[in-house]
Write a new protein. Structure first.
Length: 121
């Protein structure tokens, strides 16, 4: 066997121990984690902003000045008119139901009479 030169580069490369290293560096993982944290922070800020707008709307309705008496009277008159129309339409509908029931009863008696007339005994 030949003696191998211990100083040769190829021999030194084959005698060393090697380990696998990740292709992606740690910087990518840190950047990904930072991006996820930023997205979560933006989402939380959006929810907080939405909630603050809702709270402001609630406070605006609580702090709003009371409606004027004239406006309240107009609303009351409008509600009374709507109630009167509802009562009138209900009465009209009840009258139509009563008339229809009477007409139905009359037709039932006519049908019963005609059936008796038609039957041969």
């Amino acid at each position: 066997m030949r003696k191998v030169d211990s100083k040769r580069l190829s021999l030194q490369l084959t005698r060393q121990s090697y380990s696998l290293t990740p292709k992606r560096g740690a910087g990518i993982w840190l950047g990904l984690i930072a991006a996820l944290c930023a997205i979560a922070a933006l989402g939380a800020a959006g929810l907080a902003l939405k909630r603050s707008h809702e709270d402001v709307r609630k406070l605006d309705t609580l702090c709003a000045p009371p409606a004027s008496e004239q406006k309240l009277r107009e609303q009351l008159a409008h509600a009374q008119l709507a109630l009167e129309q509802e009562a009138a339409s209900r009465a009209s509908l009840e009258q139509r139901v009563t008339d229809s029931t009477a007409e139905n009863q009359r037709l039932q008696t006519d049908i019963a009479f005609l059936r008796k007339q038609r039957k041969p005994d």
